[in-house]
Design a protein around this ligand. Structure first.
Ligand SMILES: Nc1nc2c(ncn2[C@@H]2O[C@H](COP(=O)(O)OP(=O)(O)OP(=O)(O)O)[C@@H](O)[C@H]2O)c(=O)[nH]1
Ligand SMILES: [Mg+2]
Length: 688
């Protein structure tokens, strides 16, 4: 592949709801530009983009794939993302390194939850966008209906730059409203606009000219004087209004029939910015000040790592985009976040699973390098002498948690290494050993996300794990003062054990505190640390239901010791038991995590959602409406939200989304507390 410089590169993300046709569009673009000599199919698992086993098994994309499309001496790096909402992290990573996005819509299904997410995330990145209404060939495809539905979803003005020539089985090509020509069939045949479409095209052309005129004062003046603009001027003005976000052009296609694709490529080249035009980019210098970075080879090296994969056979692969400078094979670079050097072997241009070796990556381009040991997603690679960092993307909070357990002894030995590897690859997946519940917890965006991770662990890393619903990380605390007295006395043969502790506990703001209030030397304060050790050990194990204790202040105020038999271990036991008694006396309660939850659903689903939230002990904090969507913000106990992704999907037919974040701990209602305590007792009995 030839080398492309910044001004002949475009980095474009395809984003949509699952099934709108992104992967097939990418496949068709590679085919019509001659990169592939046949067109792969989703159903056979033969596309360039969906090469992963798991993608082929499910017939959906799971990972973002880079598809470089070479056309008219420009390289368009198409980033084909998964539309399934569980894999949203991949879409965010792709958008982070793109200078433009194409939001695809299925001409039959219309606006779906993945369309809304793609629209909203691409909006957050402030990059120019196209809307592409695909599958115009399908039965029931309806351009106007979909266009209007999309416009209803947003305040951003949509402007057609193409119109379909016919619909459904009659979809024959597209009318380009800039040149006022028609592209028939696969798109190389440029013809005059057929009479039947002429009037509609004229009308749409005028609207387009008006929109383009907004891009520049001189164009606006000319438009007022002459009443029209030349195609060149329209393109110029449009590029401006697309860049500043005041308009989003709407295009049409049938990816599988390869209709509308040449005009699409032309539009990307003419209307989407090259890295030179998209810049300057925001970066941070060594003092934390924001600086601007131009996309040029002569600048300091700054490359952003947006994706890493760890495959035991291929090894680690680091995908990066160069924002400034040249990135060379067989060089050394400095990881600005980790503060260490990485040796660079051979750098390649990725095309699906292929890697095309190259010597140099120019500013603005996307490439991959193997075997960087320390570098992870979100890092900046550059020069040690010019410490510049590129800001990393922000990913959504985890929504779905499972407890994982190893299947065998061998699995147990490698579980933490493999989970760490898997999570390094995926910014929306994380794991922890929950000290509260003593479970290993894996968390992500939804059940499919976790399912893919578990399968990947097994097929790639030979780690087999079971998953189960996780326990809720409750905590135990007290509500009033309590007193505990305990004497530990043991006489076995030789020397005995003796220790007696009197203590008080009271509610406390912090985790724990112990004061020594023994007067007259009833017990020597050298036993204080043993008593504290005993208390801390039982706090960790819990007293009423097996959950850790917090928020207790202990005052040791009296006790007894024996000149011969008193020893540290005796006071450790006495301290522990006295604390247990005092704790039970101090109005013990269970506390549960409360989450702030934001649910967004289509308006008609609102009643069901509110009814359902009521059954989850939710406290609604606020409601809002936005373009036909209703938003509820509520505080809900985590215990009620463990499987909400799945339940929300079934309540809204997949049209609802939610987000949640830990807020605070709160008392578990008395009747539920009783149930949890009973359950704990049952488990203890089972163990015995
Ligand atoms: N009739 C018709 N079918 C299409 C068209 N484009 C794609 N398809 C089919 O729609 C299905 C889904 O297409 P994909 O390309 O996998 O969709 P995607 O957007 O990549 O989906 P995810 O990877 O799940 O996000 C496949 O069966 C495609 O062959 C089109 O223009 N017309
Ligand atoms: Mg796909």
């Amino acid at each position: 592949m030839k080398e492309y410089k910044s001004d002949s590169i475009r980095n474009i993300t395809l984003a949509s709801h699952s099934g709108a046709g992104k992967t097939i569009l990418g496949e068709a673009l590679l085919f019509i530009t001659g990169a592939n000599n046949r067109m792969g199919k989703i159903e056979d698992g033969s596309t360039t983009s969906d090469f992963d086993e798991e993608e082929q098994r499910r017939n959906i994309s799971i990972y973002t794939t880079v598809l470089p499309v070479e056309y008219k001496d420009v390289k368009i790096n198409i980033l084909d993302t998964p539309g399934y909402t569980d894999f949203l992290g991949e879409e965010i990573s792709a958008l982070r390194v793109s200078d433009g996005a194409i939001i695809m819509v299925d001409a039959v299904a219309g606006i779906e939850v993945g369309t809304e997410l793609a629209w909203s995330y691409s909006g957050d990145f402030n990059i120019p966008r196209f809307v592409l209404i695909n599958k115009m060939d399908r039965d029931n495809a309806n351009y106007h209906k979909i266009f209007n539905a999309f416009q209803e979803m947003t305040d951003v003005r949509l402007i057609p730059i193409q119109l379909p020539m016919g619909e459904q089985a009659d979809f024959k090509g597209i009318i380009d409203l800039i040149s006022m020509k028609a592209f028939e069939g696969v798109g190389n045949d440029v013809i005059e606009i057929p009479a039947e479409f002429k009037e509609a095209a004229e009308e749409a052309h005028m609207a387009l000219v008006e929109a383009a005129a907004e891009g520049k004062d001189s164009l606006m003046e000319k438009f007022f004087e002459v009443g029209t603009l030349e195609p060149k001027e329209i393109t110029q003005g449009l590029k401006e209004v697309i860049k500043n976000g005041s308009f989003v052009p709407v295009l049409v296609s049938s990816a599988s029939h390869q209709i509308g694709l040449i005009p699409l490529l032309n539009s990307i080249i003419d209307l989407m910015p090259s890295p030179v035009e998209a810049g300057p980019y925001k970066a941070i210098d060594k003092d934390g000040n924001e600086i601007e970075l131009q996309s040029e080879d002569s600048g300091p090296l700054a490359a952003y790592v947006w994706k890493t994969t760890a495959d035991p056979f291929v090894g680690k692969q680091t995908y990066f985009r160069v924002y400034s400078g040249l990135f060379n094979s067989d060089s050394r670079v400095w990881n600005q976040d980790k503060g260490l050097e990485e040796r660079i072997g051979t750098v390649s241009i990725p095309r699906g699973k292929e890697a095309i070796n190259v010597k140099t990556i120019h500013a603005g381009d996307i490439a991959v390098v193997p075997k960087l040991s320390e570098t992870v997603t979100g890092n900046t690679l550059g020069d040690k002498s010019t410490p510049i960092k590129l800001p990393s993307a922000k990913y959504p909070n985890a929504l779905y948690r499972v407890a994982v357990t190893p299947k065998t002894q061998a699995d147990s030995a490698k579980i933490s290494t493999v989970l760490t590897r898997l999570c390094e690859e995926d910014m929306t997946l994380s794991w922890e050993n929950d000290s509260t519940t003593r479970q290993t917890v894996l968390q992500g965006m939804g059940d499919q996300h976790i399912d893919v991770a578990v399968r990947r662990a097994s097929t790639k890393f030979q780690l087999n794990i079971n998953i189960a619903e996780p326990r809720v990380p409750y905590k135990e605390t007290i509500t009033k003062e309590g007193v505990g007295v305990y004497r530990h006395k043991k006489q076995t043969g030789g020397s005995g054990q003796f220790g007696e502790v009197h203590l008080k506990v009271m509610p406390h703001e912090g985790e724990f505190e112990m004061t020594w209030d023994v007067f007259g030397g009833a017990i020597s304060n050298s036993y204080a640390s043993s008593i504290q050790k005993g208390i801390l050990s039982t706090m960790k194990d819990g007293i009423i239901a097996g959950y850790p204790v917090y928020g207790a202040k202990v005052s040791v105020y009296d006790g007894k010791e024996h000149p011969v038999d008193s020893k540290p271990v005796a006071f450790e036991i006495a301290g522990r038991e006295a604390f247990k008694i005092a704790f039970q006396d101090a109005g013990p309660v269970l506390m549960e995590p409360i989450m702030t939850v934001k649910v967004t659903v289509p308006e008609p689903n609102m009643g069901d959602i509110m009814g359902d939230l009521n059954t989850r002990r939710a406290r609604v904090q606020g409601m809002d409406a936005d373009h036909g969507r209703s938003i509820v913000i509520a505080q809900v106990p985590l215990a009620e939200m463990l499987r909400y992704t799945t339940q929300l999907r079934s309540l809204t037919g997949g049209r609802g989304i939610f987000d949640m974040e830990f807020d605070h701990f709160e008392r578990v209602p008395a009747h539920l507390q009783q149930e949890i305590i009973e359950e704990h007792k049952r488990q203890l009995e089972e163990k015995e």
